[in-house]
Design a protein around this ligand. Structure first.
Ligand SMILES: NC(=O)c1ccc[n+]([C@@H]2O[C@H](COP(=O)([O-])OP(=O)(O)OC[C@H]3O[C@@H](n4cnc5c(N)ncnc54)[C@H](O)[C@@H]3O)[C@@H](O)[C@H]2O)c1
Length: 431
């Protein structure tokens, strides 16, 4: 650990696995905010205001979170494009906007990616590590350590923003750290690249944020290892677009005791994520992640007369002309007084990475704060940000956005208290 700095000056490394649309939009936005040409719209950590005893102060002034100017980025990708080249190809941001942040984006060229044999089948990148899975993991570990030293970092957070992997059936490798390490040494095909990134991060005491629908953080082997190392984890799959709308709308239908007979959701998207999801095995991972939300919000067993028999269908289609500008249609068949049917139609023309980038910023800052506060394992309170929140006790997650927000606010209050105590203790120890 470098010599102690003021908490607000601590330097945090953001290790981006995947330098695609999401990661490049995140970095471009952070740079634009620092230059004063953009506002941090959509970011809770930057815009939330605490009321009560501290009289409406900004959260970022109350909690000792890292400052945007103290974030340093590293990335890994199967393509060698710099963040600028990647952002240009992703076409989320206008060329004129990109020009303004070009030098910051050009500085970031990814390290070669860790790859397994078959988790992402649609992409054939050449910028990949050679050698066995074990050798790749050792190279990754050395790169992270060298990055930390070179940038004089206090802490780091690893963000999984790589392509959606196919879901493998769990085997021996999932059961314990020792079995996972044995599978890694043996080069088992059940060990995916995301698992290796997460494993190496935890080994180095680095928290992991899983923005993707991939399953790596659910393995008991990974969860136990994180607890053993005192490392926080959170995931999975950022709640943007259609699922965000669903978890806003469904609690309202339920609050009014209206019934639901069906919810049909379809999406078109044309970015690289969409291309990967054109593989039926990858799309299965994503669709499962999207399907789970309604049961948890509507509680059919408690309200069988309203929700005992609804039909839920989710479709995702790859349609290149739209790029990152996803379009989602929802047809919601509801019924009211005396069973009379009604329909709600939602047509959300969203920008996926524009919705997702501020969530990644929040997750980096909050997971880092959890880490320095000594919170470990799955961070249930961060469920607000995810489509399929992972819980420490593996129980059913809450999906209702408003209930998730209450849980989050409660945790922020605890973080404030614990960090105030910590600051007082540190000051009196150094006095
Ligand atoms: N963009 C969003 O709004 C959004 C929202 C929710 C979830 N997600 C999830 O986040 C992830 C990233 O989304 P995106 O829109 O940036 O996708 P993207 O396809 O633009 O970027 C993913 C990047 O990961 C890289 N990659 C693939 N395998 C890799 C490996 N083994 N190691 C390192 N890099 C690898 C790809 O080359 C690509 O550049 C996806 O899994 C997506 O499902 C994204």
């Amino acid at each position: 650990m470098p010599v102690s700095r003021e908490s607000s000056e601590e330097r945090v490394g953001v290790l981006l696995v995947g330098l695609g649309a999401l990661s490049s939009t995140l970095i471009a936005g952070i740079e634009a905010i620092q230059q004063g040409t953009a506002e941090p719209i959509g970011s809770l950590t930057q815009l939330y205001r605490c009321n009560g005893d501290s009289n409406d102060q900004a959260l970022k002034d109350v909690l000792p979170m890292a400052r945007l100017s103290n974030l340093e980025f590293a990335a890994w990708d199967i393509f060698s494009d710099t963040a600028y080249e990647s952002a240009t190809k992703a076409a989320v941001l206008d060329p004129t906007v990109l020009e303004g942040v070009r030098s910051r984006l050009e500085e970031l060229r990814p390290f070669k990616a860790v790859v397994d044999s078959n988790s992402v089948r649609r992409l054939k990148g050449q910028h990949v590590k050679a050698g066995s899975l074990l050798e790749q993991s050792q190279e990754l570990e050395a790169e992270i350590q060298a990055f930390k030293e070179a940038r004089d970092l206090d802490r780091m957070v690893l963000v999984l923003a790589n392509s959606t992997e196919i879901t493998h059936e769990r085997g021996e490798e999932a059961q314990s750290r020792a079995k996972f390490e044995a599978a890694l040494r043996a080069g088992s095909e059940k060990v995916t690249a995301s698992m290796i990134y997460a494993y190496v991060a935890i080994k180095l005491g680095v928290p992991v944020v899983n923005c993707t629908p991939s399953h790596c953080l659910e393995l008991p082997a990974i969860t136990e290892f994180a607890n053993e190392m005192g490392v926080p984890l959170c995931g999975k799959d950022l709640k943007t677009g259609q699922t965000l709308m669903k978890t806003i709308l469904a609690p309202g239908i339920k609050a009014r005791y209206l019934g639901l007979s069906g919810w049909y959701s379809t999406n078109i998207l044309g970015n690289r994520d969409g291309e990967v999801l054109d593989d039926p095995e990858s799309v299965k991972t994503k669709v499962n992640s999207k399907l789970s939300v309604l049961d948890s919000i509507l509680e059919p067993t408690r309200h069988p007369e309203l929700y005992g028999n609804f039909y839920h269908k989710v479709k995702i289609d790859y349609y290149p002309p739209r790029g990152d500008n996803k379009e989602a249609w929802d047809n919601v068949d509801i019924f009211g007084w005396m069973g009379y049917p009604m329909q709600i139609k939602v047509n959300f023309l969203c920008r996926d990475s524009i919705l997702a980038a501020p969530l990644v910023l929040d997750l980096v800052l909050l997971t880092d704060l959890a880490n320095r506060t000594g919170w470990k394992g799955h961070q249930d309170w961060l469920g607000f940000f995810f489509k399929s929140p992972l819980l420490e006790d593996q129980t059913q997650p809450v999906h209702d956005l408003f209930r998730q927000h209450i849980v989050l606010e409660d945790a922020l209050t605890r973080l404030r208290k614990q960090n105030t105590v910590r600051l007082v203790e540190t000051k009196s120890a150094t006095a």
